[in-house]
Design a binder for this molecule. Structure first.
Ligand code: NDP
Ligand code: 8X3
Length: 250
């Protein structure tokens, strides 16, 4: 039987491109998201024998448990879990940020990612599978307005490294993928639907594409079983590092 991958957040961006890449590679693909109509479109496009979709909000623990319990036998036995679902909300500095937006990022990027991983770990250990977590450069390099988002991604990176250590000897591989500027619906979501802000951010920058990340995920998932990529940081060539800031009293 072909290998199976569970890609959270398959309704757009990295997740949608990864669904396409893994289907093209002959894998069975489980995917999830809140937007049921987009999930249905994936099933219709690729066929119900290749893609099985689970519509639920990852922040809803009971909905997640119920959805995982409905995985049909043809999609059971997950070899690779790609924890991709996530978001940034807002670009304001902490002192002007919304606590509600911080909560949503923490619930989605941290709590839900940990919960799905916890639920699927026994099966992944049984199959000597792999966990690939989508972190971000925002977890390593602070920037103004990155506050809680960056902190959630620092969790994802450190959780990945901790899992690696805990899973020592099980054969399960764990990878933290840490992309920089990438053009998806990410900035539309972050700015609550500001098309102009999203377009302006990516204009002329030749950002990472969703397909670039899908290829990276495909590569990591198909490495020989004795190799583990611990962390992989990617940026577009147009993006690099800036200096620290200094505030001077006038
Ligand atoms: P998109 O906004 O295009 O995709 C985000 C995906 O996450 C969607 O499929 C969305 O599905 C899903 N999602 C978000 N919240 C929930 C929720 N509560 N329940 C279920 N699914 C949810 O952005 P990207 O593809 O760019 O983002 C994918 C990952 O990559 C995120 O973790 C992001 O932080 C990370 N990342 C993005 C970068 C970028 O510059 N684009 C760079 C580095 C990391 P739905 O809305 O249907 O629920
Ligand atoms: C998204 C990358 O640099 O916009 O995680 O925070 S960045």
């Amino acid at each position: 039987m072909s290998r199976a991958v569970f890609i959270t957040g398959g309704t757009s961006g990295f997740g949608a491109a990864a669904v396409e890449r893994f289907v093209a590679g002959g894998w069975r693909v489980l995917t999830s998201g809140r937007r049921a109509e987009r999930l249905q479109a994936l099933v219709e496009r690729f066929g119900a024998e290749r893609v099985h979709a689970l519509a639920f909000d990852v922040r809803d623990a009971e909905a997640m448990r119920a959805a995982l319990a409905t995985i049909p036998p043809a999609f059971a036995g997950i070899d690779v879990l790609i924890n991709n679902a996530g978001l940034a909300l807002g670009t304001a500095p902490a002192q002007r940020a919304s606590l509600e937006q911080w909560r949503q990022m923490i619930d989605t990027n941290v709590t839900a990612l940990a919960a799905i991983t916890h639920a699927l770990l026994p099966a992944l250990i049984e199959r000597k599978g792999a966990i690939i977590n989508i972190s971000s450069i925002a977890g390593s390099y602070p920037y103004t307005g990155g506050n809680a988002y960056g902190a959630t991604k620092a969790f994802v990176t450190q959780f990945s490294l901790g899992l690696r250590s805990d899973l020592h000897g099980t054969g399960v591989r764990v990878t933290s993928i840490e992309p920089g500027l990438a053009q998806t619906e990410f900035t539309l979501v972050r700015t609550s639907g500001d098309d102009a802000a999203s377009d302006a951010l990516y204009a002329g920058a030749h950002p990472i594409t969703a397909q670039d990340i899908a290829e990276t995920l495909w590569w990591v998932a198909n490495l020989p079983p004795h190799l583990n990529v611990n962390r992989l940081e990617l940026m577009p060539v147009s993006q690099s590092f800036a200096g620290l800031q200094i505030h001077r009293e006038s």
